[in-house]
Ligand binder design. Structure first.
Ligand SMILES: NC(=O)C1=CN([C@@H]2O[C@H](COP(=O)(O)OP(=O)(O)OC[C@H]3O[C@@H](n4cnc5c(N)ncnc54)[C@H](O)[C@@H]3O)[C@@H](O)[C@H]2O)C=CC1
Ligand SMILES: O=C(O)CCC(=O)C(=O)O
Length: 451
């Protein structure tokens, strides 16, 4: 007879905090999931007996390594790199790489943990991982970026592989950085395999991967609205960030008849009451990816818009909101302001942009709230499709991929409904996403026994 450790939610979280001291982001991500899972597994003995949640909340491994590189003045710089391989129960580890000064083991563990549930929700066979370095690309020359990427891959290459772990981009890592890293992987190993996604189209990349996360977050928003008899036509959207996810979310809002009115970066936000058009969004894309400029310059370029230094856009009145910058960028006070100003739906383009208090405010107000693990899964889903195209040595057309992305986002929405419907038309998407993602990974783990 097995000894079943029926630890309660408080005891479980106490253990997570004790085992992961000084890792607030990781503890926050585990708590958000555990709040729902404890309720779900209350009468499911095998999940307790096999300690499934405890095992998912302990990464399979965390690899940390030194990254040395030489700057343009000949000085040697030393950074720390990581790859967190959280769980590969349903497929090879999969998740992005982040280069940002605030990257830490805690941030990457939270992202790899979230990624495990997100990837399961897509319905594709991908486990969860995440990596990166505390490297600040801001102000670095192109040569410095290249040397850093090469040095990073010189260590990372031994831990990854097309059937082992397949990284991609995230904050600070776009097509340029993926190119430098793929080139270095190929040079070291002499293997041309689908070891990274987000690659250029010339060397194995997939159409619509750059657009997929932002478009997917808006498709998910449209699914939630449709479920309550609404659509995006004529809706004002407040968006944060001005990178890959934010600009493509703004673009899709325009395609679907909505009006995005804000974007932001770490310096502040711009407000354009007339709405960002496709031309204005293209200017932002060029400004950020090629000129590497600040969002404040938008207000100099486009009459009628204003820049708000050091502020976030959550006090601007809107119908829908898409936080697409970074974790914990929206707190309880911001959430109350959004609800008071008439926001009816929020879709998290970024990973964990809303803190726990904000999530509770949205749930209490019963607005439509899509957590990142459901809403921003379009990016990793198209990465999964890039892996399929690489393995089968073929390329799907843009039309085929657009349809697959839409179908995947719609499938995620349906999976959320299965466990999230709470009566009276209200759907708790956080609960729905957590339980649907957990169940798939947990059932695979049960099949493997104690490993
Ligand atoms: N790129 C992808 O496919 C996916 C990205 N995500 C998440 O979306 C978010 C944005 O990622 P990307 O757009 O890819 O990165 P990016 O590097 O293209 O853009 C990041 C944006 O966030 C802004 N930002 C960074 N720190 C900030 C801060 N402290 N305050 C305000 N703004 C800040 C930057 O100025 C930039 O506009 C991240 O949370 C990322 O993990 C999630 C799923 C997939
Ligand atoms: O495409 C991928 O593998 C990475 C996506 C990612 O990092 C994320 O979903 O947060």
């Amino acid at each position: 007879m097995a000894i079943v450790d029926h630890v309660d939610f408080a005891g479980f979280m106490e253990g997570v905090k004790r085992r992961n001291p000084h890792q607030p982001e990781f503890v926050q991500a585990v708590q958000e999931v555990a709040e729902d899972i404890f309720d779900f597994i209350a009468d499911k003995e095998e999940y307790h007996e096999q300690q499934i949640l405890r095992r998912i909340a302990e990464p399979d491994r965390v690899v940390s390594f030194r990254v040395c590189w030489e700057d343009d003045s000949g000085c040697i710089r030393v950074q720390r790199g990581w790859r967190v391989q959280n769980n590969n129960a349903i497929g090879p580890y999969k998740g992005g790489l982040r280069f940002h000064p605030n990257v830490s083991e805690s941030v990457l563990k939270f992202l790899a943990f979230e990624q495990t549930f997100k990837n399961a929700l897509t319905g594709l066979p991908m486990g969860g991982g995440k990596g990166g370095a505390n490297f600040n690309p801001k102000g670095k020359s192109v040569r410095e970026i290249m040397r850093f990427c090469q040095s990073f891959m010189t260590e990372l290459y031994r831990h990854i592989g097309a059937d082992v772990d397949v990284p991609a981009g995230d904050i600070g890592v776009g097509a340029r950085e993926i190119g430098y890293m793929f080139g270095q992987y190929k040079r070291i190993t002499n293997h041309f395999t689908g070891v990274l996604t987000g690659k250029g189209l010339e060397y194995g990349g997939s159409l619509i991967r750059p657009e997929a996360t932002g478009y997917g977050a808006v498709y998910f928003m449209a699914e939630m609205l449709a479920n309550r008899g609404h659509d995006l036509q004529g809706k004002t959207a407040v968006i944060s960030g001005s990178g890959n996810v934010a600009t493509h979310a703004a673009e899709k809002i325009v395609h679907l008849g909505g009006k995005p009115v804000t974007l932001s970066d770490s310096g502040g936000f711009i407000h354009d009451p007339d709405g960002l058009t496709l031309e204005k969004i293209e200017w932002v894309k060029q400004h950020k990816t090629h000129r590497r400029g600040r969002i404040s310059e938008y207000a100099d370029e486009f009459k009628g818009s204003t820049f708000h230094e050091g502020k976030t856009p959550w006090n601007v009145s809107c119908d829908v909101a898409l936080p697409c910058a970074t974790q914990n960028e929206l707190d309880g006070e911001d959430a109350r302001a959004l609800v008071a100003n008439g926001c009816i739906a929020l879709s998290e383009g970024a990973n964990m942009p809303c803190n726990l208090e904000a999530v509770h405010v949205f749930k209490d107000a019963r607005i439509m709230f899509a957590p990142g693990k459901a809403a921003n899964a379009g990016g990793v889903a198209v990465s999964g499709l890039e892996m399929s195209q690489n393995s089968s040595r073929r390329s799907w057309t843009e039309g085929e991929l657009q349809q697959m992305l839409k179908d995947i986002m719609s499938g995620i929405h349906t999976r959320c409904l299965t466990y999230g419907e709470r009566g009276g038309g209200y759907v708790d998407y956080v609960r729905g996403a957590n339980i649907a993602g957990f169940k798939k990974v947990a059932d695979a783990m049960l099949a493997f026994g104690v490993v």
